[in-house]
Design a protein around this ligand. Sequence first.
Ligand SMILES: Nc1ncnc2c1ncn2[C@@H]1O[C@H](COP(=O)(O)OP(=O)(O)O)[C@@H](O)[C@H]1O
Ligand SMILES: [Mg+2]
Length: 358
Amino acid sequence: MHIAIVGCGQLSRMLALAGIPMGLKFSFIADAGEDSRCVEGLGTIVRWQPSEPVSAIYDGLGQPDRITVEKEQVDVSLLSALQAYCPVHPNPQAFATCQHRYQEKQLLDKLGIGCAAYLYGQPTEASAAKIPLPVVVKSCREGYDGKNQWVLKHQQEVDAFSQQAKEQNYIVEQWIPFDKEISQVSVRGANGEMRHYPLAENRHEQGILKQSVAPAEAISEQLCLAAQDYMCRIMRALDYVGVMAMECFVVKDQLLVNELAPRVHNSGHWTQSGSKTCQFTNHLRAIAGLPLGSTDPHGVTGMVNLIGTIKPPLASLPPNAALHWYNKAVRPGRKLGHINFTGANRESLIRQMEMVLR
Ligand SMILES: Nc1ncnc2c1ncn2[C@@H]1O[C@H](COP(=O)(O)OP(=O)(O)O)[C@@H](O)[C@H]1O
Ligand SMILES: [Mg+2]
């Protein structure tokens, strides 16, 4: 089976690297200026121009059997046009919902799933007057790794932001003093079968994911089941096929959904070492219409992102560490790779991860 992936970043790379041993063949769709280094050597790369007929893109890819996507901010009209040629999973409507924060929140509201109090469609100062400070202002589109969002703590900051704000297309959200950040990664097959990975506990710095540990510790059974129930409801409502991630805040015994990612996710990279079937394999199994693999964990796994101007740390890898290097151009603040640490003892894993982060 031949699978084409929209996007040429590290998620496409890891999908292809998981699928090649399954006998799958890959090709990739790149935007005009997109860096395709991550997927070089893994299949044909087709550069896409909006003026080009979709039939030419489909033929250029080599007429794939399925199309999938590695990024949230994808051109939904391209996906819809490609549906005339082969199945596209997840479906374009799921991307339309998840790539716009207000639409995503409306879906959560419709399903009765809790999230931070928010307002949309009003000038920032009007919204911020109705939600207790601090607030987080987020652009509806193009947000990732904490970009295009601003924490406003004082009225002066609200005033200054409102004066220079170019548009009103922002969500103004209550800042949540959370106890933990966790994520649920789940997969839904073409026949509606669903499986859930254990929750991961995530630590972000300046909005960028630094590390995850899974299974998350000291989370009640009731909260784990709530996360799975939310995912079932969301994926069913979107008629979703593939892996989805849901980022949440834990506040005491309450779960508030922060955002959804309609794709394999950085907080699921630990599954490459720590689960019977990794998120990449399960995404491919789902979109190919195959039975899903077990999401059971082996022991505890920690994942550390390698960010910034560094070289692959091959010489310093301990025996329980697996390096995944993305082959990207080095740039400050950029995710260049990650390391998965496995072991039985959570404390010693966390110490190892802290050493890497230092
Ligand atoms: N309402 C909030 N309250 C507290 N922290 C928040 C809030 N919104 C975002 N954050 C912090 O910023 C990080 C990035 O925000 P998020 O909405 O997930 O955007 P992105 O699309 O950049 O990942 C979150 O993981 C969390 O640590
Ligand atoms: Mg996020």
